[in-house]
Design a protein around this ligand. Structure first.
Ligand SMILES: Cc1cc2nc3c(=O)[nH]c(=O)nc-3n(C[C@H](O)[C@H](O)[C@H](O)COP(=O)(O)OP(=O)(O)OC[C@H]3O[C@@H](n4cnc5c(N)ncnc54)[C@H](O)[C@@H]3O)c2cc1C
Length: 355
C-alpha cells in the first residue's frame, strides 16, 4: 500500500491530524492499538481559559479557545455528533484565602473570571461556606464521543489498522518510510504516552503524569455547568452522568486506579453534595505531559521523514486541533512552527546517538 502519511495513534492528536490531512486531500493510514485507558478515552475534555490557584490565563488562551470552538463544531457537524458544548465553571472557594485570590483576579481585570451574582443559587445541591465565582467561557470537547466516531469513519474508508505498531519493523529511507506492507512519504507519531519507548523521540523531556477519575450518576444535578471545589464535577454527554477528578502523580510504577483516590474522592463528594450520587466506575490513565509544559510538534532534525504531534499534557483537547493545523501548514506550505512547540528546540538532544 502506498500512502502520503502513516500516522501512529488515534487519540485526539491522531484524530485531528488525520481529519485535517483528509481535508487537504492527502492519503494516509492510521495504526492504533485501541488501548482502553489511553488518555483521550478518559479525559474530561475541558477547555479552560485559566489555570492554577491564581486563575492566570493558559498559554495562547485568546487564540486557542475560539479555534477549538470552531474546529470541534465543524468536526461535529461532519460526523453528525455534538462534539463540543459550552459549560462554564462554577468555582466554589474552598477557603477564604481562595475567595480573596479570585476576587483580586477580578479586580486586576483578569480575563475570563467573574463574580457570580446569586451566591445562594446552588445551596440545594452543594455545601459551600465561602461563596463561588464563575469562569467563562469554558468548553467541553466530548472526546468520549468524538474519538470512537472518527475511528468508525476511518474504518469505513479502510484508513485504520487496529494493531500494535512495532518500531522494529520500521525502515527509514531518505524520502520514504516502509512499515510492513506500507510505503509512505512520512510517518507521524501521535502515540501519546507510548512515545516514551520510541527510539527516535524518547530523549525528549517527557514527564508522564498519572491521573484518575470516577464516573458518577447524579441524576438531580443541573448539567448546565462544570462545578469545581478541589475536584472537578463535569457533566458527560449522557444525562445524569458525571466525570469526577482528578489527581496528578509524576511518580508511579503502574497505570492502575488506587483505593486511596477512590476513598478520598467519594468522601469529598459526600461532604460537598447534598443530593444522592452513585459511583459507577473508576479509571486511570497517563497524560503525555512534558517537563516544560509545551507540546512536541514537528520533524526529527536528523530524519525529516519522521514527525511528531505529542506532549499535549493536561490540555490535549485544545492543543491537539490547533497544533495539528500548524503541523500541516508547516508540512504543506512550509510555514514556521510555533517556536515553543517546534521539536527542533531539542535538536541537540535528538541528534544524540540513539543506538
Ligand atoms: C484523568 C485525565 C483527565 C484529563 N482531563 C483533560 C481535560 O479535561 N482537558 C484536556 O484538554 N485534557 C485532559 N487530559 C489530557 C488529555 O487526555 C491528553 O492531553 C490527550 O488525550 C492526549 O491525546 P493524544 O492523542 O496525544 O494521546 P493519547 O490519548 O494517549 O492517544 C495515543 C493513541 O496512540 C495509541 N498508541 C500508543 N502507542 C501505540 C503503538 N505502539 N501502536 C499502536 N497504537 C499506539 C494509544 O492506544 C492511543 O489510542 C486528561 C487526562 C487524564 C488522564
Amino acid at each position: 500500500m502506498n500512502v502520503d502519511y502513516l500516522i501512529v495513534g488515534q487519540g485526539i492528536s491522531g484524530t485531528w491530524l488525520s481529519y485535517y490531512l483528509q481535508k487537504e486531500g492527502k492519503s494516509f493510514v492510521v495504526i492504533d492499538n485501541n488501548k482502553p485507558n489511553a488518555s483521550s478515552r478518559l479525559a474530561a475534555g475541558i477547555i479552560n481559559p485559566v489555570t492554577g490557584r491564581r486563575h492566570v490565563e493558559v498559554w495562547l488562551a485568546d487564540e486557542i479557545l475560539p479555534f477549538a470552538w470552531n474546529a470541534y463544531n465543524q468536526l461535529g457537524n461532519e460526523l453528525g455528533i455534538q462534539a463540543i458544548s459550552q459549560k462554564n465553571v462554577i468555582d466554589f472557594f474552598p477557603s477564604p484565602q481562595m475567595k480573596l485570590s479570585f476576587l483580586k483576579r477580578i479586580e486586576e481585570k483578569g480575563n475570563y473570571v467573574y463574580d457570580y451574582p446569586d451566591q445562594s443559587h446552588f445551596t440545594s445541591f452543594f455545601n459551600y461556606d465561602f461563596g463561588c465565582g464563575e469562569v467563562r467561557p469554558v468548553y467541553t470537547a466530548h472526546l468520549e464521543t468524538i474519538v470512537p466516531a472518527w475511528r468508525e469513519k476511518l474504518k469505513s474508508s479502510s484508513a485504520l489498522i487496529e494493531e500494535q505498531f512495532e518500531i522494529d519493523n520500521l525502515v527509514i529511507n531518505n524520502n520514504t518510510i516502509h512499515y510492513k506492507g506500507i510505503t509512505a512519504e512520512k510517518i507521524i507519531f501521535c502515540d501519546g504516552y507510548g512515545c516514551g519507548e520510541n527510539p527516535y523521540f524518547r530523549l525528549l523531556p517527557f514527564a508522564p503524569n498519572k491521573g484518575e477519575l470516577l464516573i458518577a450518576e447524579i441524576p438531580d444535578l443541573p448539567n448546565n455547568y462544570i462545578y469545581k471545589k478541589g475536584m472537578i464535577l463535569a457533566p458527560l454527554a449522557t444525562p445524569g452522568q458525571w466525570w469526577v477528578g482528578s489527581n496528578y502523580h509524576w511518580e508511579f510504577d503502574n497505570d492502575q486506579p488506587t483505593t486511596e483516590f477512590r476513598e478520598k474522592t467519594e468522601q469529598l463528594l459526600r461532604d460537598w453534595l447534598k443530593i444522592h450520587f452513585t459511583i459507577t466506575s473508576h479509571q486511570c490513565g497517563i497524560r503525555p505531559a512534558t517537563l516544560e509544559r509545551r507540546p512536541f510538534v514537528g520533524f526529527h532534525p536528523l530524519h525529516p521523514t519522521i514527525g511528531i504531534l505529542n506532549g499535549m499534557g493536561t490540555k490535549g483537547s485544545s492543543l491537539a486541533p490547533f497544533f495539528a493545523v500548524h503541523l500541516i501548514n508547516h508540512l504543506l506550505k512550509n510555514e514556521p512552527l510555533h517556536p515553543e512547540a517546534d521539536v527542533k528546540r531539542f535538536s541537540r538532544i535528538l541528534s544524540r546517538n540513539i543506538s
